[in-house]
Design a protein around this ligand. Structure first.
Ligand code: SF4
Length: 443
């Protein structure tokens, strides 16, 4: 089957490319060109009808919300509710990462409940089922892993996080550097590390890359090259093991693209803010500007309960430097499985971060929304303020909770409203300037 990448290289503009172009307000040719160059990816799996968005260079930063059961909490209805909550809050994609219960059934319920592109980590299912059967992941048969990947591709999964970059060379770096302060926090990464160390064998997802590529190509699944050795502690960030994995992932990315497979490269993890730009530059440079999927990043280790804020700070900086895709973090990160309300908080924090980053990355294309808001605030035009807000729902809840005495002000300053107090002296100038400023803001 020809993938979106194959078709883009042939100069064909597909319906999916047109849909992605509308979402980002760019031309279909822009999307086609980006896909052909490997800097943009779009959903292409024909096995499921999904909303199509583009991820990559020149486009708005997209947000992923991850949900899924754990062995401790298995509640299918709650997972479906979380998926719907993420979609309603404005997530661009959803990763279904269940590891407890009937994984196929949970995935089907989630896929049926939403229209977002859904991603998975197939290794979770393969490892979970093997652990159930055998007590350990180390005896997992690689054929079983590839069967799971194919099965999920047939269900219409749009992108898969697959850890090809953890190989024997990467593990040698990890050993030589003396392991890590924060251990290994990626579930996929730890499964494979245990498997390779126990079997003294190469990672099958690296060794049998052509087998993996054949499945991705057959179903046009985006290969999201996982960051299994991402730092789980600030003091492990940007270490040799992480960079070694990035080098491996970048080589795999180039090879997969040459075979017509769309790819994303994933990045860390926990990073202090002064290393974020370096991480983005390195990823972009090594992978020929492939779309960069930043996991968070969480920017300090000491804010459990508020890690959605620490990661929003990191996400905004990442996006401003060129990260294309952000995985949200929810308030219970490091503490417990998120509930639907946590999913909403996580998506909203990531949306704020993505916009803040896009104001720098995309300049006026994103900033004009701020100009429109500034003017609406000046003019005490509450209707336009709500319409312009990325956080409209919450904004509309807050004001009525605190009834004001005058209709045009709010209870923050009441009759001391500074805007109202001064606007009247500039009424004439405002009238003159209004048309021009609105034209600027609305475009
Ligand atoms: S009352 Fe204060 S916070 Fe509210 S609109 Fe006026 S200046 Fe702004």
């Amino acid at each position: 089957m020809k993938t979106q990448l194959d078709l883009a290289r042939e100069g064909v503009i597909t319906e999916n490319m047109k849909e992605a172009a509308i979402y980002d307000d760019v031309t279909p040719e822009f999307i086609r060109d980006g896909i052909a160059n490997g800097t943009i990816v779009i959903y292409g799996n024909p096995n499921r009808k999904s909303r199509v968005i583009g991820i990559g260079g020149g486009l708005k930063t997209k947000i992923n919300a991850s949900i899924g059961t754990s062995p401790d909490i298995i509640d299918i209805d709650m997972e479906v509710k979380k998926a719907k909550t993420a979609e309603k809050a404005g997530a661009d994609t959803l990763m279904e990462l269940s590891t407890g219960g009937d994984l196929k059934k949970i995935r089907k319920n989630v896929l049926d409940a939403i229209s977002l592109t859904v991603g998975t980590v197939p290794l979770y299912q393969a490892a979970t089922e093997y652990i159930k059967k055998d007590g350990s992941v180390v005896n997992m048969d690689s054929n079983f892993l590839f069967d799971v990947i194919e099965e999920q591709a047939e269900e219409g999964i749009g992108f898969m996080a697959i850890h090809c970059g953890i190989n024997l060379t990467t593990l040698e770096r990890l050993k030589k550097q003396g392991y890590r302060y924060g251990g290994l926090v990626s579930r996929g990464g730890s499964f494979l590390t245990a498997w390779m160390n126990h079997n003294k064998r190469e990672n099958p997802l690296y060794e049998e890359i052509d087998r993996l590529i054949a499945i991705m190509k057959k179903h046009d699944v985006i290969l999201s090259l996982g960051n299994g050795l991402r730092a789980g502690a600030i003091h492990d960030s940007t270490d040799r093991a992480q960079i070694q994995e990035l080098i491996m992932n970048s080589e795999v990315a180039e090879y997969a693209q040459s075979k017509g497979v769309q790819i994303i490269v994933e990045g860390p993890g926990h990073i202090p803010i002064d290393e974020i730009e370096t991480n983005v530059i390195l990823q972009k440079r090594l992978s020929n500007n492939a779309p960069f999927y930043m996991l968070g990043p969480i920017t300090t280790d000491v804010t459990p309960g508020y890690d959605h804020i620490s990661s929003a700070i990191g996400a905004a900086i990442s996006s401003s430097h060129g990260a294309d895709f952000i995985c949200y973090v929810t308030p219970p990160e490091h503490l417990g499985l998120p509930k639907p309300e946590d999913v909403k908080e996580g998506v909203m924090a990531a949306k704020v971060a993505a916009h803040v980053g896009d104001m720098i990355k995309l300049k006026d294309k994103a900033k004009n929304q701020d100009l429109k808001m500034g003017i609406a605030r000046r003019d005490l035009d509450w209707k336009t303020q709500y319409e312009t807000a990325i956080t409209k729902e919450r904004a509309m809840e807050i004001r009525p909770e605190r009834p004001e005495t005058a209709e045009d002000t709010c209870t923050m300053c009441g009759n001391l409203c500074s805007l109202k107090g001064v606007n009247k002296y500039y009424a004439e100038d405002l009238e003159k300037g209004k048309k021009k400023t609105y034209e600027l803001a609305v475009g």
